[in-house]
Design a protein around this ligand. Structure first.
Ligand SMILES: CC(C)(COP(=O)(O)OP(=O)(O)OC[C@H]1O[C@@H](n2cnc3c(N)ncnc32)[C@H](O)[C@@H]1OP(=O)(O)O)[C@@H](O)C(=O)NCCC(=O)NCCS
Length: 152
């Protein structure tokens, strides 16, 4: 079961995110690959996160932050050895529960357009693609926003 991340998890969380996002064939490269213990500690202080741990090792993490009247979800990462076991959907559900606890009506996230498997995963978990966006310096869309409205 996901548990809340604490400042003591910052270094392990950053390492898992860096490793998980490294090597993704996306342009521009994923900023997640540059996360550090300090940047994760700062993100946890502004919002929070959840992690799934087995035998003392973090296998999956996600960060959240209230934003734009909803709950922003980012840095979803599952260790390569633990993929395909439904950890990501459980982490998404934990963020949805946190949003509900805070009375926020929706969860939103960004996903790179070429990552079709990720878009499929979020759709399967109830997210819909809302708007297309381009990173700075790109004249074609590079990512989309997806959101899930939470039942009251
Ligand atoms: C995206 C990610 C978080 C999914 O985590 P997960 O816990 O494996 O999610 P699921 O268990 O629901 O499986 C997701 C998909 O991977 C497939 N899969 C199964 N076994 C797998 C394996 N050994 N390795 C990779 N993917 C596998 C699943 O079948 C599923 O595919 P489908 O959507 O076509 O049915 C994980 O792949 C990851 O960390 N990727 C790198 C970071 C990233 O892209 N984060 C999201 C940014 S938007």
């Amino acid at each position: 079961m996901p548990r809340p991340l604490t400042p003591a998890d910052a270094a392990a969380t950053a390492a898992l995110i860096r490793t998980s996002f490294a090597g993704q064939a996306v342009d521009p490269p994923a900023s997640a690959a540059r996360e550090t213990a300090a940047s994760i500690a700062a993100a946890l202080a502004e919002g929070g996160g959840f992690g799934v741990e087995r035998d003392g090792a973090l296998l999956g993490v996600v960060l959240w932050q209230p934003d734009q009247g909803g709950m922003y979800l980012g840095r979803l990462a599952v260790a390569a050895t633990a993929r395909g076991q439904g950890l990501a959907p459980r982490l998404l559900a934990a963020v949805e529960a946190e949003a509900r606890r805070r009375g926020l009506p929706r969860v939103h996230l960004k996903v790179r357009l070429p990552l079709l498997g990720n878009r499929r995963l979020f759709r399967r978990c109830g997210f819909v693609e809302t708007t297309l966006h381009a990173h700075e310096g790109h004249d074609q869309p590079t990512y989309c926003v997806m959101e899930k409205l939470l039942a009251p």
